[in-house]
Design a protein around this ligand. Structure first.
Ligand code: ADP
Length: 634
């Protein structure tokens, strides 16, 4: 009997299989079942037009059987089968599908990562088996053949016995190692679990003889004695797969409960989803999708550990558990799956990334999610606010990320707390409610709404009857800076130098006052040199004596946020100390300045500066000095 050699690239693939890491190996079953299903598809198709086939739809099945004594696992189908030449051509060389082109510089373990995620077909059997035997009889042929191989050394093909068309793949499992328990693959629960996980929706039944246990019938005597029952085993043939995927069913057949139940089971979330969408798309991209918005952010959502992605199926067969390319980062909270017949089963991750069809699908899915969110915002405001609480932060990151590339798509999904009723408003609602004379969209930043409420800088804007957006998340101001404008209205911080509120007369008045107090302001500035870039008179203050603002690109809030990040480079906002010329403290300062007591003026300056820092929610530089100064001046 002649031993034949594998083609070079097949040999290489085999080697990779053998060295792949254990956790990836379980996919071999999916691959073999998928092949069996394809083979049945072919014969089933024939049976529709050819009576000689003699089988009807219900006769087709895939069988799994495990034998612990011989450590063998058998996958049988009554599909189209293979001739001797087909065994030679199909199993002696890597599938011609060209689905896997290996770069020669690829390292072995990188490749084995790929294997874990994607099917590479029949050879995956060698991830778990030391010997693979395929007995096959092609439909219409009068002889059966056996293909046998123990891996890289080659294979043999001999004549065999088989009564009807179909294929039997027999795996003699590898010996158990310390960490690798191949015998697990003989366990009926494990096998059931794998079929459920990967092949639930194969459209032909996957059957297995399953051993159950039941209490033995008791005699009247035993019953009277209340004897504990003895158990006996019995065998039952079970169909392991449900065959019709939920997402392929008609929407009219399905109830809300079905969708929710499916979500909870499939995505291991205790909480029901906030929203779901069942998409059946035809045209430029053919796919079915189930999309879910969770009601709560997973505990690791805002961490590096979180992996976004949708399950990807090719015609009912799972090819990837988390296909990241299907979701943009700003929608990374979406869970669900996509099933498309436009994708090949044997596609590697690298190929997938460049797959044109996948990109078309991803685009279409993004649009669906965006529309669903907009619909929810419009029609189910309360629900949307719940969503916003869980994932709003991610959308705001989305505005800021990628140089603001996606801001147009996301801006109408944003919500901020408004000063008016302390409730969430959209930018559109804000702009619609703007007064005619209002030029800007005002915002104020701080760690909480209560904190911002107390900021002296908000006084003037509020006095004018204008609404202010209260920004409480670190990312907020960055997001608005990325947006720059909304409906042609610029965003303006209440701390900005020109709020667009001052009348020309008022400006003149202030300028005159500033000139009058020029010496004092200079002295104050000198006393605070290195801390603030200047001291000015303010128009925005009503009841407070001082506040801190900034000039230039970096605001006080941004300084706080950026400096909280784990980098060595600290940024500094150019701080400006603003004095309220209407406040009685101002008169005091003028008096001290006039008396020539520079030392005392300096102390006042440092005290007022510390006070302004505290109001801003920043820490004061020297708390001991601050407290000493208070005592001294009291
Ligand atoms: P692929 O399924 O991507 O073509 P495989 O390596 O899994 O790659 O299989 C190679 C070929 O072997 C298949 O295309 C099919 O023609 C044939 N084949 C594999 N398993 C079976 C089977 N159970 N019955 C009939 N043909 C099979």
């Amino acid at each position: 009997m002649e031993t034949k050699q594998f083609k070079a690239e097949s040999k290489r693939l085999l080697e990779m299989m053998i060295h792949s890491i254990y956790t990836h190996k379980e996919i071999f079953l999916r691959e073999l079942i998928s092949n069996a299903s394809d083979a049945i598809d072919k014969l089933y198709f024939k049976s529709l037009t050819d009576d000689k086939v003699g089988l009807s739809k219900d006769d087709f099945a895939i069988w799994i059987s495990a034998d612990k004594d011989s450590r063998t696992l058998k996958i049988t189908d009554n599909g189209i089968g293979m001739t001797a030449e087909e065994l030679e051509n199909n199993l002696g060389t890597i599938a011609n599908s060209g689905s896997l082109k290996f770069k020669s510089e690829n390292k072995l373990d990188e490749d084995s990562q790929i294997i874990g995620q994607f099917g590479v077909g029949f050879y995956s059997a060698f991830m778990v088996a030391k010997k693979v035997t395929v007995i096959s009889r092609a439909y219409g042929a009068d002889k059966a053949y056996q293909w046998e191989s123990e891996g890289v050394d080659g294979y043999t093909i001999t004549e065999a016995e088989k009564q009807s068309a179909g294929t039997e793949v027999i795996l003699e499992l590898l010996d158990d190692g310390e960490e690798e328990k191949y015998s697990d693959f003989l366990d009926q629960y494990r096998l059931k679990g794998l079929v459920k996980k990967y092949s639930d929706y194969i459209r032909f039944p996957i059957k297995m003889e399953v051993t159950h246990s039941r209490p033995k019938e008791q005699t009247e005597e035993e019953k009277a004695e209340k004897k504990a029952p003895e158990y006996e085993d019995y065998i039952e043939v079970e169909t392991l797969n449900s065959m019709v995927p939920l997402w392929k069913k008609n929407k009219s057949e399905l109830k809300e409960e079905d969708y929710k139940h499916f979500y909870v089971e499939k995505f291991y979330d205790y909480n029901e989803p906030l929203k779901y969408a069942h998409v059946k798309n035809e045209g430029n991209a053919n796919y079915n999708a189930l999309l879910y918005i969770p009601s709560k952010a997973p505990f690791d959502y805002y961490s590096k550990e979180y992996e976004k992605g949708l399950q990807l199926y090719s015609n009912g067969v799972l090819i990837m558990d988390k296909c990241a390319d299907l979701l943009p980062d700003y929608f990374s909270f979406v869970k669900g799956l996509v099933d498309s017949e436009d994708l090949s089963l044997n596609i590697s991750r690298e190929m997938l990334q460049h797959d044109r069809q996948l990109k078309v699908i991803a685009k279409s899915i993004e649009k669906t999610i965006s529309n669903e969110l907009k619909k929810m915002l419009k029609n189910e405001r309360e629900k949307y606010e719940e969503f916003w609480g869980a994932f709003g932060l991610q959308l705001k990151y989305g505005i800021y990320a990628d140089f603001g590339m996606n801001k147009e798509k996301l801006q109408d999904l944003l919500l901020f707390t408004s000063s008016k009723e302390k409730k969430l408003v959209t930018l559109d609602e804000y702009v619609t409610g703007m007064r005619e004379e209002q030029k800007f969209i005002y915002y104020a930043t701080g760690e909480s709404v209560a904190r911002i409420e107390q900021l002296p800088q908000t006084e003037l804007v509020k006095d004018n009857g204008f609404e202010i957006l209260y920004l409480t998340d670190n990312i907020d101001e960055f997001a608005l800076k990325a947006l720059m404008k909304y409906k042609d209205k610029e965003f303006k911080s209440v701390s900005a130098d020109d709020l667009g509120l001052e009348t020309p007369e008022k400006k003149e008045e202030l300028k005159a006052k500033e000139e009058e107090s020029a010496d004092m302001l200079k002295e104050l500035g000198e006393a605070l040199s290195g801390k603030v870039s200047k001291v000015v008179l303010s128009q925005r203050l009503k009841s407070h004596p001082v506040c801190l603002t900034s000039e230039g690109e970096i605001s006080l809030e941004m300084e706080k946020v950026l400096n909280a990040m784990p980098t060595d480079q600290k940024v500094h906002a150019q701080k400006v100390l603003e004095l309220n010329p209407e406040h009685e403290i101002f008169g005091k300062l003028q008096a001290i300045s006039a008396s020539g007591d520079k030392d005392k003026l300096g102390k006042y300056a440092r005290l007022l500066y510390s006070q302004a820092l505290l109001i801003e929610g920043m820490s004061i530089e020297d708390p001991v000095e601050f407290s000493n100064l208070i005592c001294e001046l009291m």
